[in-house]
Design a binder for this molecule. Structure first.
Ligand SMILES: [Zn+2]
Length: 71
């Protein structure tokens, strides 16, 4: 089970995206952000949005660079 916390992305929010697959967690988190944090997204620069998405990927376990799952 993978968990990404919305609070870890810098939002004041208790939402946690969970799932067994990276893709699933990532999608849950991005869906949540787009629905619940529209206002914040609208005020973010494109650079910040890119960083935010990168951070979601990292937290869901994708960007470790080794291709293996961490425990
Ligand atoms: Zn949130």
């Amino acid at each position: 089970m993978r968990i990404v916390k919305c609070g870890d992305l810098g939002f004041k929010c208790n939402f946690m995206a969970t799932g067994n697959e990276i893709d699933q967690v990532e999608k849950n988190m991005l869906d949540h952000i787009e629905e619940e944090h529209k206002g914040e997204l609208a005020s973010m620069a494109e650079d910040d949005l890119h960083h935010l998405k990168h951070r979601v990927s990292t937290l869901s376990g994708r960007s470790c660079g080794c291709g293996e799952h961490h425990h």
